[in-house]
Each structure stands twice: as C-alpha cells, then as structure tokens.
Design a protein around this ligand. Structure first.
Ligand SMILES: [Ca+2]
Length: 318
C-alpha cells in the first residue's frame, strides 16, 4: 500500500514522495475449540491464520509434538481414552510463528473391566469393582436393580455383611464431563450360611443343656427340633412348631425347615393302628415355599376310609 502526505499552508501545497507501508497482520483468526466426545466417536480441531504465507501446521498434545499432525485440521475418528488432553497448533509462516490457544479433548468414560458378580453366604462380604478410563474427574454410582445405592460412589463397592436381601443385579454408572456409560450387570447370589448342630447349640449364650434331646427353655421342643426349625432353644415359644390340620382327602401338616442346618433331615411320618402304631411315610406329598432363611413345608397325609385315629410326627435325625 502506498501512502502519500499532502502538506499545505498559505504558500501552497507540497505532496510528499510515496512511502510504502507493509502491514504485518499475520495472526490466528480461528482458534481450536474444546470438544467432548464419547469413546469411539469423532472430533476435530481447526485453526486458521490471516496474513500467512506458506503456512505450516504442527499440532501438539499436552505440549508434545504429534507426529504427522501437520494440517490446519486435526481430526479423530474412533476416539480413545488415551486421546484426551490439551491440543494446540503451532503455525509457521514466512511472516513468523504463532501458537494457538489450547483446546481440551474430553473423552467420555469407557469400561475396561466389567464388574463380576458371584455367590456368597450370609454374613460374608462381597466386593464389586469396575475399571474405567476417560477424562478425569470420573465419578461412579453403583445401583442395585437399577436403583442408586446411597454412598456407593467409588470404583469399588463392598457389601460388608451379606443378607439374603442383598441378592440381586448390580451395575455401575460411570460418568465424566463428556457423558455416562453403564456397566454390564453383575448378578449376586446369596445363600444362607449353614452351621452344624454342635456349633449352633453352643452359640447360644448361657445355654444350660446342649444335648440334642435337651429342652432348656422348657417349651416341649427339643434342641435338635429347634435347630431344624430355626427357632431359639433358650426362649420358649411356638414359632416354627408344626401345625396339624384337616383338609379334603386327608391331613395337612405344616412345618418349618431352616436353611441354616447341615447334616440333619426331617421326615413326616404317620401311623394308624392306634394304640400300637406302625410308623411310615408312604403316600405323603410335600410342597415347599421359600421364606428366605427357612422353608415352609406343607405335607399332605392320605387318610384311608375307616381310619378313626391317626398319629402324625416330624422325625428329625442327624
Ligand atoms: Ca426347646
């Protein structure tokens, strides 16, 4: 561009000789813009400069030169967690060197190791964990049956004292600024811890009689029967006692079978022929209802025509 100057006064006007002015307006006109993308997605950064002649571009990630990234646009397809970082571009032209602003690539979380469930017995603990990658900070929310678990916001979640109600399907939602991903479901099974009679009976504080046939609470139910039913041998009560009733076609005998036992079995027997009974269990059918820590068993006992008197018992043995 050619500039001249005219100077005037009463005597006349003088026009200067031309002076050439070169405007060095080399500079970045388009800065890269921060992006958020989920793993596997696409993203790009672009720069543009004005007044650049013969510009060359060199992108950097976290200040480190990216080999081969020498275009005005840096494009990603199939973004990985490892791509997260701050990107800037150095533009080199005959007019000088300019460095762009930094732009962040925030990559959403990807789950690298899924949580796995398992089975455990009541009273034990069970640890669930997930391994995820993605731009920090990453947050976690564990769920059971799709419902958030209060306070379960770490990469690991431990159920300390398992109860039957802890059985279920767990997953974890992993989030960061770019988005969220939900883990695979981990199925947790919980079964009742079993204990032998000899371990069980001495676990009652201050128990006076630990024999299977003992009845320290004086409720007419032996220790072995209390063990079988899951009732207390030191607190007299009717909970868990068998109940006998009549129904069409026979008798109904309801009893409780604890799941916490081992090495013990119970058989419903009946006898006619009073007063000289002959015990047997032929024809007895049972239906079982799961009540969590015990099973509720309904035994049906056939009654033959002419049976005037019948005895029914639950025989528990170990
Ligand atoms: Ca008793």
């Amino acid at each position: 561009m050619l500039y001249t100057v005219a100077v005037s006064n009463a005597a006349g006007t003088v026009v200067s000789s031309g002076a050439r002015l070169t405007l060095n307006d080399f500079g970045i006109t388009t800065q890269p813009v921060s992006r958020s993308v989920m793993p596997g997605g696409a993203a790009s950064f672009s720069v543009a400069a004005s007044g650049a002649t013969g510009a060359g571009y060199q992108w950097r990630r976290n200040g480190v030169v990216l080999s081969g990234a020498v275009s005005a646009t840096l494009a990603f397809t199939g973004v990985l967690a490892a791509d997260a970082g701050e990107y800037s571009c150095v533009i080199t032209a005959s007019q000088g060197v300019a460095v762009s602003n930094g732009a962040l690539l925030t990559v959403g979380p990807a789950i690298v190791v899924q949580p796995s469930g398992g089975s455990a017995v009541t009273g034990n603990s069970l640890a669930l964990s997930v391994t995820a990658q993605g731009s920090e900070p990453v947050s976690y929310q564990w769920r059971k049956g799709g419902v958030n678990i209060a306070g379960a916001t770490g990469a690991g979640y431990t159920v300390r004292v398992l109860q039957l109600s802890d059985a279920g399907t767990y997953d974890v939602v992993v989030s960061n600024a770019a988005g969220s991903v939900t883990s695979a479901a981990a199925v947790v099974g919980v079964s009742v811890r079993t204990v032998s009679f000899s371990e069980w009976i001495v676990s009652w504080p201050g128990i006076a009689d630990v024999r299977p046939e003992g009845d320290p609470d004086g409720d007419g139910v032996s220790n072995l029967m209390e063990y079988f039913a899951g009732s207390s041998p030191v607190a007299a009560g009717v909970e868990g006692r068998p109940v006998l009733g009549m129904e069409a076609g026979g008798m109904r005998f309801l009893y409780r079978r604890s799941k916490a036992t081992s090495g013990v079995s119970g058989v419903v027997e009946f006898a006619g022929g009073y007063p000289d009974p002959v015990w047997g269990s032929a024809g007895v059918t049972e239906t079982v209802v799961d009540r969590g820590i015990y099973e509720e068993v309904t035994a049906r006992i056939p009654v033959a025509a002419g049976d005037q008197r019948m005895l029914v018992r639950l025989r528990v043995s170990q």
